[in-house]
Design a protein around this ligand. Sequence first.
Ligand code: SP5
Ligand code: ZN
Length: 347
Amino acid sequence: MTDDRLPAYFHPAERDFRPAPEWTGTELVPHPERVERAASIHHALEACDRVALIEAEPASEADVLRIHDADLLTVYRTASALAAGQGVHPTCFPRGAAAAPGHSRADPSKPLHAGNWCFDTGTPLDRTTLSAALGSAGCALAAAAAVREGEPLAYALCRPPGHHATRGSYGGYCYVNNAALAARMLRPRRRVAVLDIDVHHGNGTQSLFWRDPRVLFVSIHEHPDRCFPYFAGHPSEVGEGRGRGTTLNVTEEAGCDGARYVQLLESQVIPVLRAFRPDVLVLSAGFDTYALDPIGRFALQTHDYLDVGRRIGRLGLPTVVVQEGGYHVEHLGRNALALLDGLRVGA
Ligand code: SP5
Ligand code: ZN
């Protein structure tokens, strides 16, 4: 960049991606990961003269294959060939239950088999999903490239989000792990820390760097005994092998407010980030910690994001901010802007 505005990358393919209603267990509700989310952020950034909005190139399938299995991509490609109005909404999740060893018939080119690669009912596929996911991943790659080339801070307006997607499975409204892709791109030359501040545990990102001592993964989230994704994010999960000790999970309960959040950040998160001595930070930024969020049960206010941003910014690390969750559409843009302003002031 030739000016000192913050580069913020978006991709228009997400505007066609309108996930089908979500099954809550008792009823179908409008999907919370809706198209207006990105528009809210886009409008807030557009109105801010400290930010330069830039259209990213979509990620290529080869980019995606750096962190995901080919079968997963085949599942998405299969859905992208469906007719308008058709969707893939798995109701059968045979993982670990399917067949006698060596007899799996799981076929990624069959829409009815998609449950073999999926772990929840909230993450539908249709003809628009792959191109939205590649656009979203492209934003993360562009922001990572900007930071690699010397920007102190860059923002990726990723939609759909990514932190729940693992190497071989999708779920939690996530298809391609955008933050992991950014970290993977930066890793060869640097020690990378990933800090995940979405209210949900970033199980996908954790799993992708579980054994990797070069990438520190730290997440602060509602305790998974009571919150999605339920199966990962316990404080006892610390990594394995050479990666043992480069995963940290900090949990809190519903109702966690800004004061408590900042206390956890300062006492448990920032010291571990400093001790790792990273060269670069990838920040998985979810705003479903917001008090008015319809899904998350934390209680942060808009001004808390400014404070959280400042404290993270004080680490003085080049930072790639990757958009994750956050479902209070009306206030999502101002919350994102508050975090970015804090990061910049702190830096
Ligand atoms: C990226 C991200 O934030 N994914 C979150 C996926 C959460 N999916 C499960 C949500 C369950 C919500 N049920 C509560 C309904 C409240 N009305
Ligand atoms: Zn979330």
